[in-house]
Design a binder for this molecule. Structure first.
Ligand code: ADP
Ligand code: TYD
Length: 199
């Protein structure tokens, strides 16, 4: 089973990815937890290029670097794990590129989807949990901890949020939108229940 978490920065993805991992492990399942960009030596180097310092100026350079990190993660970690029957929980995946580069940076969701599908050999998750939180609340949660993309302004965050909400209609079977304003434990219970229904 391949599960991914999505949402704007500060929506609680990492918290929920970790809670789901712990709950699957408690049930005796083998789980690999990864985050994007990263999870391989090349992916971690690309993460530093993208999120620290000046980063790329060209939006297509940015999208291509995220796609390169994803290609490496899928080939080296995600596919091998799935082939062994291991569950994979990933903090961000293609929908991040669709919302951030496709929608918010204006590259076009279809074109960025094509790039990402080429990079991953068409691998899409079984389920994707999209945590919906008001961008102002998410910003408040982030506090001072910010990478290059998190330092973009409120306008950018609102475009990412709209981009994500539009994706729900595009992928109704895979994408599950959840109210991320509730307490972490309540959200985790709902996610666990939905994963059970789907596996
Ligand atoms: P993301 O990975 O989406 O950026 P995190 O899981 O790192 O988000 O959470 C960002 C901050 O918000 C952290 O300080 C975390 O403890 C807090 N947080 C996470 N989930 C919730 C929630 N449901 N309600 C309130 N605060 C939360
Ligand atoms: P992330 O590791 O989730 O940051 P944090 O855990 O601190 O919230 O993501 C790093 C940033 O990269 C985040 O601002 C979203 C952005 N991003 C994209 O713009 N496109 C992508 O395809 C991915 C995977 C991430």
């Amino acid at each position: 089973m391949f599960v991914t978490f999505e949402g704007i920065d500060g929506s609680g993805k990492s918290t929920q990815a970790e809670l789901l991992r712990e709950s699957l492990v408690r049930e005796g399942r083998d789980v690999v937890a990864v985050r994007e960009p990263g999870g391989t030596p090349l992916g971690e180097a690309i993460r530093r290029l993208l999120l620290e310092g000046a980063g790329p100026t060209s939006a297509w350079a940015e999208a291509s670097l995220f796609a390169a990190a994803r290609a490496e993660l899928v080939e080296r970690v995600i596919r091998p794990a799935l082939e062994l029957g291991t569950d994979v929980v990933c903090d961000r995946y293609v929908d991040s590129s669709l919302a951030y580069q496709g929608a918010a940076r204006g590259l076009g969701v279809e074109r960025v989807l094509e790039l990402s599908l080429a990079a991953t050999g068409g691998l899409l998750p079984d389920s994707t949990f999209l945590l919906l939180v008001d961008p102002i609340e998410a910003d408040r949660r982030l506090g001072a901890r910010r990478d290059r993309i998190e330092r973009e302004g409120q306008d950018f965050r609102a475009r990412v949020d709209r981009g994500y909400r539009e994706l729900v209609g595009r992928f109704p079977d895979r994408l599950v939108a959840l109210d991320g304003a509730r307490p972490p434990g309540t959200i985790a219970e709902e996610i666990r229940e939905r994963v059970r229904e789907r596996s």
